[in-house]
Design a protein. Structure first.
Length: 513
């Protein structure tokens, strides 16, 4: 026989409807809490118009930034719980519950509070805003703006709001998909949680050097892992053959020599056979390990030149050129020569190596021995600056003409005036030879020595004890840093200019009969 349970009592629900306020704070005095909400009138108006409610913890302060509250429809019951306290503590306490009614609307504050700044009440701006709020016309008329520059009173008047972010942002944190939490057994038998990355790391540590660095790498400066993938091994084999045939390559030339499906993993292979320059005549070119192109003029043909185009090639191509059909038999040849500028074909790249320029007009500038120096510099390599500028001008002119019209006109006077400019450079270098020697002992080095000596003397004079607080004069350190930076910049420029003059003098002696 099933056990019988006493049914729960039926509690009637009152007919009243209530408005609930979820106040973000401890309410000790209800009247004070209503003042912070704008009073009963503001709550009634917001309830009727379904608008927001401003909560100000400092209701009398016109600079108090409010917290926005929203009124939402709800279906809740208001229950009144009463506990009868008897004098006899041992007697059983009696509880009474009564459902007063239904809560149909609730005021909630879910927005973040803005930053607050308290303006002193004696401040004139505070008094002015208070007068504007209360409508005190006489006080508004009597207000005068202070014209004195009192640095002690900056009058930091807060803006209407400090931040426009009211709601809490949803960060949406998710664990990295390839990362797994695994248990690793320790020597003592316990287990430790570690993170394991399932994604295979790509080994593309590239050796990068700057033009002024003395030592060139003979091998990679990174610990490269052994190749195990067949595709990567095939790419490495092709790259090895390319660098055996030619010591310096541009990336465009290397990509053109590789099958299309092998271009993805090209970085891993390049890091094993070559390094790259970040600046100078061979910038962004890949140089075979052990080769320093600054030591021999024969590497001048591998210098890179950028035409610095400021337009989209595809936008300027005519439809007859860009959409011209190409036969399958010519596609392979076209792809293997798309890095070579011949003055006929429009290419989608803007940087070339001199050896990859076959246009007859420009080749005359590249191969003329009178335009070549015995030692390179950072800007133009083994060529005189005027010659290198002329090469860039001719290349850019033909390139833009091809992109706009589909043809590049012959430049007849491409070498006009170059020999005269070179002679002027040689003459100016001879005249400035003595001046450059004096620069080596310039006032900048003397000034640097004086600053350092004075700074060291101050340190010796002060010589603080171990227990004393010691502050170095920051002005002295700033002067030292400024002079040191200026000296290093001037010294580097003087070295380049001196090398340029010596090089031009040597070339002049070699060219004189």
């Amino acid at each position: 026989m099933e056990k019988e349970y006493e049914p729960s009592p039926i509690i009637p629900i009152g007919d009243k409807t209530f408005f609930c306020v979820e106040y973000p704070g401890y309410v000790k005095r209800v009247k004070r809490a209503l003042e912070t909400l704008g009073g009963e009138k503001a709550l009634t108006e917001a309830l009727n118009t379904n608008s927001t409610v401003d909560l100000k913890y400092r209701p009398g302060d016109p600079f108090s930034h409010a917290i926005k509250g929203q009124i939402l429809p709800t279906s809740k019951l208001l229950v009144k719980v009463t506990r009868r306290v008897k004098k006899n503590k041992e007697a059983e306490t009696k509880w009474e519950t009564k459902v007063e009614g239904v809560v149909t609307n609730t005021l909630r504050f879910r927005n973040l509070a803005d930053f607050q700044y308290i303006v002193p009440k004696e401040d004139k701006v505070y008094q002015l805003k208070e007068a504007l709020t209360k409508g005190n016309v006489q006080h508004i008329i009597d207000y005068r703006v202070d014209t004195d520059d009192n640095l002690e009173n900056l009058r930091n008047i807060p803006p209407p709001i400090f931040t426009i972010t009211e709601g809490v942002l949803s960060y949406g944190y998710r664990q990295n998909a390839p990362v797994l939490r695994v248990r690793v057994k320790q020597p003592d038998g316990s287990f430790k949680i570690k993170l394991l990355n399932r994604s295979r790391s790509v080994d593309n540590a590239i050796t990068v050097v700057r033009y002024h660095e003395e030592n060139m790498p003979t091998k990679s400066w990174h610990n490269l892992s052994k190749l195990t993938d067949k595709k990567e091994m095939a790419i490495a084999k092709v790259l090895e053959e390319l660098f055996e045939a030619r010591p310096i390559w541009s990336r465009s030339a290397i990509v053109a020599r590789l099958p299309y499906e092998k271009n993805v993993a090209i970085r891993q292979g390049l890091a094993r056979y070559a390094y790259t320059f970040t600046n100078g005549p061979w910038q962004n070119c890949w140089v075979k390990y052990g080769i320093d192109p600054r030591k021999d003029p024969k590497y001048r043909i591998y210098q890179s030149i950028d035409i610095r185009k400021h337009f989209s090639v595809k936008d300027r191509l005519t439809s007859s050129i860009y959409k011209k059909p190409i036969e399958d038999s010519k596609d392979t040849v076209r792809s293997k020569t798309k890095y070579i500028f011949d003055g006929v074909t429009v290419l989608g790249i803007s940087s070339f190596q001199l050896c990859d320029i076959t246009d007859p007009d420009i080749v005359r500038l590249i191969e003329n021995p009178k335009y070549i120096k015995s030692k390179p510099n950072k800007e133009s390599g083994y060529y005189y600056k005027c010659v290198f500028k002329r090469i860039r001008y001719a290349l850019r002119t033909k390139y833009e003409s091809l992109a706009e019209t589909g043809t590049a006109q012959h430049i007849e006077d491409i070498e006009e005036g170059l020999l005269e400019e070179i002679e002027k450079v040689k003459e100016e270098s001879k005249k400035n030879g003595d001046a450059m020697k004096e620069i080596e002992n310039s006032e900048s080095s003397k000034r640097l020595k004086d600053v350092v000596d004075d700074y060291m003397e101050e340190l010796v004079k002060e010589k603080p004890s171990a227990d004393d607080d010691f502050d170095i004069e920051i002005d002295t350190l700033d002067d030292y840093d400024e002079v040191l930076d200026a000296f290093e910049d001037a010294n580097m420029e003087e070295i380049e200019n001196t090398q340029e003059i010596k090089q031009i003098e040597e070339d002049t002696i070699m060219n004189d009969p």
